[in-house]
Design a protein around this ligand. Structure first.
Ligand SMILES: C[S@@+](CC[C@H](N)C(=O)[O-])C[C@H]1O[C@@H](n2cnc3c(N)ncnc32)[C@H](O)[C@@H]1O
Ligand code: SF4
Length: 446
């Protein structure tokens, strides 16, 4: 059984509609259990810059290729929405900030500085808070990286994607391997030990051997953090059309499974510790911002199409809400100018919805979900109570892909590669437990 790995579309608070691994139903509302308010005062912040210079063949993120960008209006709107959402939330401290996109390295450094100033004016920005900027290697239109550092950025995530000329062409990237290497070197000089690279595998034309040698090359030039994404064929993209028309073909599932397996081994041998399905770090250079998502900590999402999860300030409300901002940049700007923010959808997360997120996100991490972590969200019902009696869960444990012990719940090394097929089993158990076996309010099982 080859579990299909999905790239982590959530890592930047930008969830592409309809593509979340283990889709979460946030529509159910359950007021019977109050959610833990201790998680409401600190949050991370995601800022979405929606513009790119060119459309990559595989990408269906929320991005636009405009003729021109009004940087001043965009900056004011990002500041305004940051201000409003901070004021609407119970959040008083921001632990990390992530500028993602689109291509936020096309933004002006003064935009980044202005947003960070707004954060500091309306919340405490934690000392030495991680401030990440996604950077595209193409030099055209890009602000010098050193200006971003002066603006407050202290971590770069460079979208290398591939160091192979032919792969970059298939992906429709607007840079060559040399430009990627230059950008990486520049980023490393400015933020040593705090540079991540995004690399893709499962690209048409790639073999396990060519992928391995490409990864070896990445390892020779990279810093202390690597994010590996399996190329996913997304409907509506140019690549999708090309595959449909037989112009190119995607590698077979067993080939991509081998690529993932060998990459994990190669990275491990190079001293990188895998801490999440797609993420590897050495010298503990983990992304604290992304860890926040996987640990189901609150976050505020600002900008077109951004997502957030936080507790609103309204009197007496302790439930976390899922918020989605308007997708299209011009409409988003108009709404921000009119209402101070452009929240298109607000859904109160039910207790079950929240626990589903804790499960889906937490199992992406190699550490999994500790009992203490689970109890912070579910003080009344333990992981053992939810899962222990299930024959399907026992089967996963016997097959050695899932571990439920004194530490908590996690995937084994083999199991992490099969996460997408493990999660539906666990979500079904959780759902069934909630609807049939959950103790009445105020009671606990022994
Ligand atoms: C949407 S991009 C934004 C950052 C920047 N614009 C770039 O291209 O590097 C963030 C990451 O998502 C990943 N990504 C986007 N679409 C993907 C797909 N269809 N399959 C796998 N990974 C994808 C890429 O690895 C990329 O580095
Ligand atoms: S540059 Fe990044 S966000 Fe823009 S189209 Fe390419 S992959 Fe998507």
């Amino acid at each position: 059984m080859a579990g299909r790995l999905r790239p982590l579309f959530w890592r930047s608070g930008l969830m592409c509609p309809g593509k979340q691994a283990g889709e979460i139903n946030v529509h159910r509302v359950d007021r019977s259990q109050e959610q833990n308010p201790q998680h409401s005062e600190q949050a991370s912040l995601y800022i979405h810059w929606p513009y790119c210079l060119k459309r990559c063949s595989y990408c269906n993120f929320n991005k636009y290729i405009p003729r021109s960008v009004d940087d001043d209006v965009m900056t004011e709107c990002l500041q305004q929405e940051t201000r409003t959402l901070l004021q609407l939330s119970q959040v008083s401290q921001i632990s990390s900030v992530f500028f993602g996109g689109g291509t936020p390295s096309l933004a002006r450094a003064s935009t980044v500085a202005a947003v960070l100033e707004t954060v500091s004016a309306h919340a405490r920005l934690r000392e030495h808070a991680e401030v990440t900027l996604e950077v595209n290697p193409a030099p055209a239109g890009r602000t010098a990286l050193r200006d971003f550092v002066s603006a407050g950025v202290n971590r770069f995530s460079v979208g290398v994607q591939s160091l192979n000329e032919a792969s970059l062409r298939v992906l429709g990237r607007d840079h060559d391997p040399q430009q990627a290497l230059q950008t990486l070197a520049e980023a490393r000089t400015l933020c040593p030990g705090r540079v991540s690279v995004d690399v893709m595998f499962g690209i048409p034309g790639q073999s396990v051997a060519s992928w391995e040698s490409e990864l070896e090359e990445v390892l020779r030039v990279c810093d202390d953090h690597v994010s590996l994404y399996q190329l996913t064929l997304e409907r509506g993209t140019h690549l999708y059309k090309q595959v449909q028309q037989g112009e190119v073909s995607m590698p077979a599932d067993d080939v991509t499974a081998s690529m993932y397996r060998s990459a994990r081994n190669v990275l491990e041998q190079a001293g990188f510790l895998q801490y999440e399905v797609s993420n590897f770090a050495r010298h503990n250079a983990v992304s604290t911002h992304n860890l926040g998502y996987w640990r189901a900590q609150p976050y505020i999402g600002v900008g077109p199409g951004a997502h957030g999860r936080f507790v609103p300030r309204a009197l007496g409300v302790v439930h976390r809400e899922a918020r989605t901002q308007t997708l299209e940049p011009d409409v988003w700007m108009r709404e921000v100018q009119q209402h101070g923010h452009a929240t298109r959808r607000r859904i109160q997360l039910s207790q079950l919805g929240l626990l589903e997120e804790v499960l889906v996100m937490g199992l992406r991490m190699t550490e999994g979900i500790s009992h203490q972590h689970w109890a912070a969200f579910s003080p009344e019902v333990s992981l053992h109570q939810v899962l222990e009696a299930s024959a399907d869960v026992q089967d996963l444990q016997q097959r050695g892909v899932l571990i439920l012990d004194d530490r908590g719940l996690r995937c084994s090394w083999e199991g992490l590669a099969l996460l997408d097929s493990i999660l539906p089993v666990l979500l079904l158990e959780l759902d069934t437990f909630f609807h049939t076996r959950r103790p009445a309010d105020g009671q606990t099982e022994r």
